[in-house]
Write a protein that binds this ligand. Sequence first.
Ligand code: DGL
Length: 277
Amino acid sequence: MNRTADAPIGVFDSGVGGLTVLRQLRAVLPNEQFVYLGDTARLPYGTKTPASVQRYSLQAAQRLLSEGVKYVVIACNTASTFALPSLTEALAPVPVIGVVEPGAEAACRATRSGRIAVLATEGTVQGGAYHRAIGRIRADAVITAQVCTVFVALAEEGWTDGEVVEAVARRYLDPVFEADPGIDTLLLGCTHFPVLSLALHAVAPAGVAVVDSAVTTAHAVHADLENRGLLAPRAGGSVRLLATDGVERFARVGARFLGEAVSPQQVDLVDITQPSG
Ligand code: DGL
């Protein structure tokens, strides 16, 4: 298996959400080749048990390893919450990074009051990874966690703004700000949520920062690759897209997340439940 600096970087998520991370990775690391896998057949991960998320994540990561990747980015908060330690062990010596630590860093940088609301899937909230990660950076932070399951469906449907999205956002956010009006930062603890930013800004009180983990993750990957001497040695960045179901839908909805056109011909259908070559 190729583990040289020339090898691609593997990125995975339950669906198109992780493309928000890939977009920033491409901006920060334009010379890298990326292989992105969306496990659309089994989305959502956010309502599954930790054991299922760990199993799915391992299968996704193993599929990326079979592509010869030099590095794996878990572009899913739920998978980062439940599977980062097990994947780090299973994939060694290939390094693995999750999005929770970078997301916590982004929130701690943005907040002035130290009062942060984490919007995430049920799994991520129950797993408590953000409480731990934010607590390590800023012990006095006051964290409110809000499960926002419906946001995943809205994002996957491509409904990113307008009345319905704002009504759902209000339903989730009103109780959060009623309980703690001092919150000054919303941390999007799910990689599907950045496409809903406009609606969240419209519903949140003025001046509240809306941050996500994509940019900080991209910078963390850059720094880590550099430290390990694994940065791509020459120009020629590229993206290969894999999905476990519905390539046409993946391309159509994914374009909005990636920020560029995606044709169904660019997406390969893969079965990651079977070991691949
Ligand atoms: N995008 C994923 C995350 O960051 C989860 C969405 C889902 O599959 O529930 O948590």
